[in-house]
Design a protein around this ligand. Structure first.
Ligand SMILES: C[S@@+](CC[C@H](N)C(=O)[O-])C[C@H]1O[C@@H](n2cnc3c(N)ncnc32)[C@H](O)[C@@H]1O
Length: 273
């Protein structure tokens, strides 16, 4: 049975309220494809029946599973490459000079999904910046989904996932094989911690960040929510810190407090002085 307009509206409202993700009208096919497996596992005859069953019930595990299933978690190691080149060649060398007395760096992968972005940074720091071994370098990965955060904490990836973006020498150096999976070694895993943060809710107090990776998540939000999140990011970013958005995302019309900085084929944002 196809999803009725009522059930689809209920789903859109649920996702908007809890994740701030805006699903466009007419995208019932998206709900069908993302929720079909869950409906089957839950013993429902259709996605429509699953949604009917949830309506009117207090928010619980099933609602959380639906939110997780409706979220795009796509990510990969060293995604888009150029931002990582910019971090390696410009951002970290500059921070190493400016934080030379404090010897502390805070890096935040906001909307970290299954952890590839945070672990990419940890591997880069381990391999390219031996001088940082005596510093306190904290890499924090956060996401709205506790299921995806558990995956990130586990640091276990399929062959297909490590084939996406991870150079072979890094795979052999930083992962060990366990059956069909690749598990990130403790030397890298211990550099990263993961916590649940819903970007659309007020953020808990957090350390001032030197680098914020806020990539490929603002695209799912409506303009007022994008603006709110960027205003919060402005407050958390160190006055000379760096904010990265996704390669298809821009600050245009959203926040005048940031200015764009380019390096090679990459760009990021810094607080306007
Ligand atoms: C497409 S992935 C991007 C992952 C990574 N940043 C990257 O660029 O590869 C989007 C992530 O945003 C998370 N997300 C969606 N809504 C969120 C919210 N309101 N707060 C925090 N994370 C959210 C999803 O769970 C998902 O893991």
């Amino acid at each position: 049975m196809a999803i009725s307009l009522n059930e689809f509206d209920y789903l859109r409202e649920l996702v908007l309220t809890h994740s701030a993700i805006a699903i466009e009208s007419g995208k019932e096919y998206l709900a069908e494809s993302r929720l079909a497996q869950l409906a089957y596992v839950e013993g429902q005859t259709s996605v429509n029946a699953l949604l009917t069953n949830m309506r009117g019930k207090p928010f619980g595990t099933l609602h959380r599973k639906v939110l997780d299933a409706m979220t795009n978690n796509e990510t990969w190691f060293f995604r888009d490459l150029h931002p990582f080149e910019m971090i390696k060649r410009k951002v970290l060398p500059e921070l190493i000079v400016s934080r030379g007395t404090l010897r502390r760096l805070n890096i935040w992968s906001a909307a970290s999904s299954s952890g590839q972005e945070a672990y990419s940074l940890a591997m880069m720091i381990e391999d390219e910046f031996p001088e940082l071994r005596s510093w306190t370098v904290r890499i924090l990965g956060t996401d709205i989904s506790s299921a995806i955060l558990n995956r990130a904490r586990g640091g276990r990836y399929t062959q297909m996932e490590v084939n996406r973006g991870l150079p072979a020498p890094l795979l052999t150096r930083h992962f060990r094989r366990e059956g069909l999976e690749w598990v990130i070694k403790d030397s890298i895993r211990s550099r990263v911690s993961f916590e649940a943060i819903n970007l659309s809710n007020p953020w808990q107090a957090m350390a001032t960040m030197d680098i914020i990776m806020l990539r490929n998540v603002l695209i799912y939000f409506e303009v007022p929510m994008k603006k709110q999140i960027l205003a919060r990011a402005r407050n958390v970013l160190h006055p000379d810190g760096y904010l990265f958005l996704g390669s298809a995302e821009s600050m245009m019309g959203l926040d005048d407090g940031f200015e764009r900085v380019e390096y090679g084929k990459a760009s990021c944002y810094r607080l306007r002085r």
